[in-house]
Design a protein around this ligand. Structure first.
Ligand code: GLN
Length: 459
């Protein structure tokens, strides 16, 4: 029996009615992982997952009801998992076994989820293509020889290719939304501080957002309702009440005001992607949404601003991997990490700090203000996720600047700290494409509402 077609809800119903067990489902996922040649996992937790599945089945039999009881999920290998090797896809941490788990991992396990394995990604989450992994790139299941998108490449593929039912990733500048858009899955980057970063290997601490991949919008809402909330171990999480995300599902979109920022639909955007988004927007309009063309004038500074602030924070965060406290020595850092450490220390050095870092922080304030102003007029903003379809493996590896340009539409959300949801809008040239929905801080419920309307459009 193949369980991959089931939704999380479908699995839970099946468990309750004793149509099948968590053990069967986990076995099925493990055999799919074994047969899969896409290099989506760095570590597979076969033994632990099977034990947990048996425990889950016992609990189900005893009438225990938890939202993810017995459901196999995967975790980007940048989340600490107690007793399970955690590498950040870098040989620096090749033999690192954490003493504790990230808060989010604990929350998911408390909700009954079973960790089936740790997924491949760009080393330290640096990248847009998955090619920076020291364990080899994950492959694109739709098109051989093409990139999977990154940095959370293995997480996206593990959900898209039916090896588990949800996956946790990280998004510092699009690392969830970009691969989600390449693979027909739903990818959420929550508001900065909505989900705890504790126990997740830091890339750029003021930008890192902890989100996830699912097949359906309703499942994205379910996972966020478990992961969101204040964590005493992460002072950047807030006391803001966790919304009742489910209450936004299947809600009419009549009267919802949608902004289309003109700066996101210019030259450089693939014509067919633009047309695909226009079609979806028309369909939303037909169902009562109000569409408005808006302007986010400081968008043009976003990429430059990110590629100063992010390496500055990376250079500080990677300073701890000196071979004294964790793992191997720093001689094992790859090209991309070295590039970022050098760039970061340069922009922070005295003499250059004012010219680069301070300027970038000022530009960041303007980008944030653009959104604050826009959200006085509209409820959500719709944009592309990626300016292009997936590119060939190796095509951009020798040109880091060309690679950095793939972040152009995702970067602003991280700089402003706002949430973004990538939802599938269908195939272009046989390749899946996603569309981005952005909203004000803590408006994830609204994003699910609009995202589900897109999901249900039937286009
Ligand atoms: N492309 C971005 C970068 O390389 C993505 C980072 C991320 O979201 N983890 O910095």
């Amino acid at each position: 029996m193949n369980y991959s077609a089931y939704s999380i809800k479908g699995l839970r119903d099946g468990f309750k009615k004793r149509q099948f067990s968590s053990e069967w489902v986990v076995k099925d996922c493990l055999s799919d992982i074994k047969d899969n040649k896409l290099n989506a996992f760095i570590t597979v937790c076969e033994k632990e997952a099977l034990e947990k599945a048996k425990e889950a089945d016992k609990k189900i039999k005893d009438g225990v009801d938890l939202p993810l009881l017995g459901i196999p999920i995967s975790i980007k290998d940048i989340y600490l998992t107690k007793g399970i090797r955690t590498t950040a896809a870098s040989k620096v941490l090749d033999n690192y076994i954490p003493q504790y788990s990230a808060t989010v991992v604990e929350k998911l396990e408390d909700a009954g989820a079973i960790i089936i394995g740790k997924t491949n990604c760009d080393a330290w989450a640096h990248g847009s293509s998955g090619e920076n992994s020291d364990y080899g790139s994950t492959e694109n299941p739709y098109l051989e020889g093409y990139v999977p998108g990154g940095s959370s490449s293995g997480s996206a593929v593990s959900v898209a290719d039916n090896m588990c039912f949800a996956s946790m990733g990280t998004d510092t500048c699009g690392s969830i939304r970009l691969p989600a858009s390449f693979f027909n899955v739903v990818g959420l980057k929550p508001t900065y501080g909505r989900v705890s970063r504790y126990g997740i290997i830091a890339m750029a601490s003021s930008l890192d957002s902890i989100g996830h991949f699912t097949r359906y919008v309703e499942e994205s809402a379910l996972i966020l309702s478990i992961t969101a909330g204040r964590d005493m171990n992460d002072a950047t999480t807030t006391n803001e009440k966790v919304d009742d995300y489910e209450s936004y599902l299947r809600k009419d979109i009549k009267g919802v005001k949608i902004g289309l920022p003109k700066e996101y639909f210019t030259e450089g955007l693939d014509r067919k992607i633009k047309e695909g988004i226009e079609k979806e927007v028309k369909s939303l309009e037909k169902r009562g949404a109000k569409i408005e063309i808006i302007s986010l004038p400081n968008t043009k500074h976003a990429n430059a601003c990110y590629y100063i602030i992010q390496p500055a924070e990376v250079s500080s965060n990677l300073g701890r991997y000196d071979g004294i406290r964790y793992g191997n020595g720093r001689d094992l850092f790859g090209e991309e990490a070295k590039r970022r450490i050098m760039l970061g220390t340069y922009v922070l050095s005295s003499g250059y700090y004012d010219a680069y870092y301070k300027k970038a922080m000022q530009a960041r304030t303007l980008i944030k203000k653009d959104f604050d102003d826009a959200f006085k007029e509209v409820d959500v903003i719709i944009t592309p996720v990626s300016p292009t379809l997936p590119w060939k493996l190796g095509e951009k590896t020798s040109d880091p600047l060309a690679m950095y340009l793939s972040d152009i539409y995702t970067v602003t959300a991280n700089l402003a700290g706002i949430p973004g949801l990538s939802v599938p809008i269908g195939l272009i040239d046989d390749l899946p494409v996603g569309m981005q929905i952005l909203g004000p801080h803590f408006s994830e419920g609204r994003l699910f509402q609009v995202g589900q309307a897109v999901e249900d459009s039937g286009l």
